[in-house]
Design a protein around this ligand. Structure first.
Ligand SMILES: *[C@@H]1O[C@H](CO)[C@@H](O)[C@H](O)[C@H]1NC(C)=O
Ligand SMILES: *[C@@H]1O[C@H](CO)[C@@H](O)[C@H](O)[C@H]1NC(C)=O
Ligand SMILES: *[C@@H]1O[C@H](CO)[C@@H](O)[C@H](O)[C@H]1NC(C)=O
Ligand SMILES: [Mn+2]
Length: 711
């Protein structure tokens, strides 16, 4: 998991919209109890709330917004997490103070509520002031936003309905339908949804500038396929579906299609864009075309128009237009009689749908989502190349921090450690930028799943507690990396080791899973949780997410959680990241990226292929935190094979750069034997086998001797 970045719907949906029945929860009940540590808001005394310095006071902002809402006759205003086209605005963060990547704010005339999932409960308690009700959307009984609105809003009439307003560019059509359908069902309350072009937050705050940065070409040796061949494949799918037009709303769909990358979204290699694919041409909408389309980019995009008259090469016919003209051009183009069906993603905005006549809308997943998740051979090479570079950097960092913290020569803090791991990554040839802001949490901060250390929360890292680092990079060979390791630089408590080992056992069991084709992530999730469940523990986040080839750190449609039903395919890359979090104490998360590969099974029932995983992150786990006696021989065997791969595949790369880090790598990857394994000299089982063997030998000798005597 990653902090402070936009996340695609696939991931947001994880725990987000509780379908639970409405739960009459009073404001009081959602507040935290008396024994609140001073790092969280204390709302027990309404008139005298107590806040840690991490809280943003929002009374004035809310009052300004409510004034504007009154001008528009609006009873409630929806402020969702911005989608990527609006990434730099962060309006929801401004109005609530809550900076997590998943969150939905709703302001009514006298209440304000924020929904977020289990990954963010602690962070929300640390950042929200007492104006805000925290809706814990991973918990049973938490109302959905529409159920809550229905409950708290007064009755309207058919002449003067109660208005729930939203910005049409910020709400996806599927989310809009959830609200609209719910309000339709309770007709007697007369609540309606109304889109308002002007964003109401924009009327009360200082709008930030959204930049647009130069484009980067993803070379064919890493992309594997020319963009026009991808267009041709998609046009083939469009013809098969009897569709004349497809709209790309997601920024990573356009970036992948054109083998281009950007940096308009913080730490994500995408650029502001839309694409319209038709059967005889494709139009790319980007900001500031004259500035962005340099000679080199023009050459890459074949801006030479001659293809547009050439029927056999029509898939190479590309127009480049201004981003700001997209909505109008879409509206005009879809009026045409030759356009009967327009393929649009259900995560596209209400505004995009508004520009396509209803009878022409073909609402379905965009096939690019799957095409880019299943990496081709060149993309696999690029991922492996990037992960090797990343593993070298993280190993150098882990060696460095262990020395720095134990020798106490320099002070290491959560923030300085996060900067240091980026410094090591920058030394790698293909590194471009971090892929998200590091989650660098020491002790209790490690229990905040999407923690982002700030000046107020930053602490020194010492030998006294657990340290968790979740970080990643963008590599121009076509890799987005994401890795978490948890460490202890002193003497861990038994509870730390118990948690670490159970998390590791789950991570290993998932990596070891063998499953037939047609199996989805929802059926594998339990592998990672079983050893935590055995102990009455769990974690409130998914187990694994897809990851891009220098694109998004969270990418659909494949993931490993209790809900995902997409059948896994070879060369899908996923994270394997179980965790355990003891609130206000410590957190453990171990995240390794794994690739789906064909398994070598003795049989293939039904003529099916069987699949398994192969790790692409190659960074040691902390032997000091492992209780080998809890682990099975099969898990230890995996760990030994993993450690051997670190030595042979990453060892030489580290040795070439940093001999001391190499020695550390060797120390961390020593072959281990299970306490109960036969080849363990002290193993009781081994001793018993030895004694049985000697009895057998003695008995045989006796029998043979007796035989000889009798004969
Ligand atoms: C709000 O309602 C009042 C009267 O109910 C009306 O005069 C006014 O035009 C409305 N404002 C907007 C922005 O719809
Ligand atoms: C909000 O206002 C409504 C009237 O519109 C009232 O019934 C309700 O009790 C108020 N809620 C709170 C929490 O003040
Ligand atoms: C295009 O970029 C240039 C230079 O960055 C800037 O001065 C200009 O205002 C931009 N034009 C538009 C339409 O954004
Ligand atoms: Mn992750």
């Amino acid at each position: 998991f990653t902090s402070a970045k936009a996340v695609p719907d696939a991931v947001l949906g994880e725990h987000f919209h509780s379908k639970g029945k409405i739960f009459k929860r009073s404001v009081q009940e959602t507040r935290v109890q008396d024994d609140i540590p001073d790092t969280q808001r204390d709302c027990t005394d309404k008139d005298n709330p107590k806040y840690p310095p991490t809280v943003t006071e929002t009374t004035e902002r809310l009052s300004d917004l409510r004034d504007v809402m009154a001008e528009y006759n609006v009873s409630a205003y929806i402020i969702p997490t911005e989608d990527w086209h609006n990434e730099c605005y962060r309006r929801r963060q401004w109005i609530t103070g809550f900076s997590g990547s998943s969150g939905l704010a709703i302001v009514t005339h006298n209440q304000s509520a924020l929904w977020t999932d289990g990954r963010y409960y602690l962070q929300a308690e640390q950042q929200l002031d007492c104006n805000w009700i925290l809706m814990r959307s991973s918990d049973d009984g938490t109302p959905s936003a529409w159920d809550w609105l229905e409950d708290v809003l007064p009755y309207g009439t058919s002449n003067e309905p109660i208005i729930v307003a939203f910005d049409p560019t910020l709400l996806s059509i599927s989310t809009y339908n959830n609200y609209a359908d719910a309000f339709k069902e309770s007709k007697d309350k007369s609540i309606i949804m109304q889109s308002i072009q002007n964003n109401l937050i924009d009327e009360v705050w200082e709008e930030p500038e959204c930049s647009n940065n130069p484009l980067l070409i993803m070379e064919k040796k890493w992309a594997g396929v020319d963009w026009w061949d991808k267009v041709e494949d998609i046009q083939g799918l469009m013809k098969a579906a009897d569709v004349e037009m497809m709209v790309l709303h997601a920024l990573d769909d356009t970036a992948w299609l054109f083998n281009l990358r950007g940096s308009d979204v913080h730490n994500t290699a995408v650029f502001f864009s839309y694409t319209i694919i038709e059967l005889d041409k494709t139009t790319l909408y980007i900001k500031n075309t004259t500035e962005l389309v340099t000679d080199e980019i023009g050459k890459h995009l074949l801006t030479d128009m001659k293809f547009c008259q050439n029927t056999p090469q029509i898939h190479k016919c590309l127009h480049i237009n201004e981003y700001d003209d997209f909505q109008n051009e879409l509206r005009d183009a879809t009026k045409s009689d030759i356009i009967n069906k327009v393929w649009i993603s259900t995560s596209a905005s209400y505004a995009v749908y508004g520009n396509v006549p209803e009878n022409k809308q073909y609402s379905a997943a965009i096939p690019i989502q799957e095409m880019k998740a299943v990496k081709n051979d060149k993309e696999v090479d690029g991922m492996i190349n990037g992960y090797n570079q990343d593993s070298v950097a993280v190993i150098e960092f882990l060696h460095w921090i262990e020395g720095a913290v134990t020798n106490e020569e320099i002070e290491v803090t959560e923030i300085s450690a996060g900067n240091k791991v980026e410094e090591f990554r920058r030394k790698q040839e293909d590194f471009v930028s971090p892929s998200f802001d590091p989650i660098s949490g020491f002790g209790p901060n490690g229990a905040v799943i999407h923690y982002s250390s700030t000046d107020e929360t930053n602490v020194k890292i010492t030998t006294d507690d657990m340290y968790l680092l979740d970080s990643g990079g963008q590599y121009k060979c076509g890799a987005t990396t994401d890795i978490t390791r948890t460490m202890h630089f002193g003497v861990p408590k038994d509870s730390h080791k118990e948690a670490y080992t159970r998390v590791l056992m789950g991570a290993i069991d998932l990596a070891l899973a063998i499953f037939p084709e047609g199996t989805s992530g929802s059926r594998l999730d339990v592998h990672a949780r079983q050893h935590l469940w055995d102990n009455g523990w769990t974690y409130l986040h998914g187990t694994g997410h897809g990851i891009g080839a220098m694109l998004n750190v969270h990418e659909g449609p494949f993931s490993i959680n209790s809900r995902n039903t997409e059948s896994l395919q070879p060369n899908v890359f996923l994270s394997d990241e179980p965790g355990y979090y003891e609130d206000n104490d410590y957190g453990v998360r171990l995240e390794t990226i794994i690739r789906v590969v064909k398994a070598d099974t003795p049989n293939n029932f039904g003529g099916q292929d069987y699949y398994t995983f192969r790790a692409v992150t190659l960074v040691p786990f902390d032997p000091k935190l492992i209780k080998y006696s809890l682990m099975s021989p099969r898990q230890i065997d995996w760990l030994n094979r993993y450690n051997a791969r670190i030595r042979t595949e990453i060892g030489p790369l580290v040795q070439a750069e940093n001999v001391e880090a190499y020695d550390w790598l060797i120390k961390m990857t020593v072959h281990v034997t299970h306490p109960d394994l036969d080849d363990h000299p002290d193993s009781p089982a081994n001793k018993m086998h030895q004694s049985i063997a000697s009895y057998v030998a003695m008995f045989a000798a006796f029998v043979i001797a007796t035989l000889f005597i009798t004969i």
